[in-house]
Design a protein around this ligand. Sequence first.
Ligand code: UTP
Length: 233
Amino acid sequence: MKTIVISLGGSVLTPSLEENRVAVYAEVLRAISQVYKTFVVIGGGGEARRFISAARALGADEATADEIGIMVTRLNATLLMIALGNEVYPRVAESPREAVEYAYKSDLVVAGGVTPGQTTDTVAAVIAEESHASCIINLTSVDGIYSDDPKLVKNAEKFSELTPEELSLIVGKTPLCAGSNTVFDSVAVKILARSHIPLLVLDGRDPDTLQKAVLCGSHRGTIVRSPEINLPF
Ligand code: UTP
């Protein structure tokens, strides 16, 4: 069985607690884990940013603000774990090593953030290296990678394919601070480059997009890969 790692942004899983996509994603992930050993790393989304701002306003340093963000990622991951019932390993992994250990016992493992100074994209990239994954899928709130943030720049160009080095130039412009947001974080991009693991960036606002990509090989996202490295589907 091949392995895939999915980085599922909190902003698409739980845009709000009232209107969340947790149950729908649980369905899709169940189907995917029948075919691939699946790690899902959950982000903190808007809720993490709200907690981070509140902590900063009270005088928190950046590392403490990161710790707050990590707590929120784990809360979101716990919601998904509840929805998956007995089809997932029944604990949220708190380190890449723990995630890989859990995968000996289950084909579906959920993780959140692990350490300050990064985002869950880096967690996903490290798990992908340690589990020898065939690819990483990043589910985010845009439909691929653009030359600039398409929510801010009207004429931003969408790429269908990039190398890790090209992506590094795009995301390297954003400073690293708690709650900062890029399409895939810059440390994670460096890990992609060294490990030659391909990345597929997809619109996570429709969970069907993930199912169609992994189970039918059809998508309209952006692939990031070194030459001659292919996706497993
Ligand atoms: P996310 O991974 O959710 O950041 O972590 P994000 O890129 O904003 O993702 P979306 O919006 O969910 O798609 C939220 C915050 O938690 C802290 C960081 O402060 C990050 O910005 N964090 C997360 C860490 O410090 N370490 C981690 O391993 C993960």
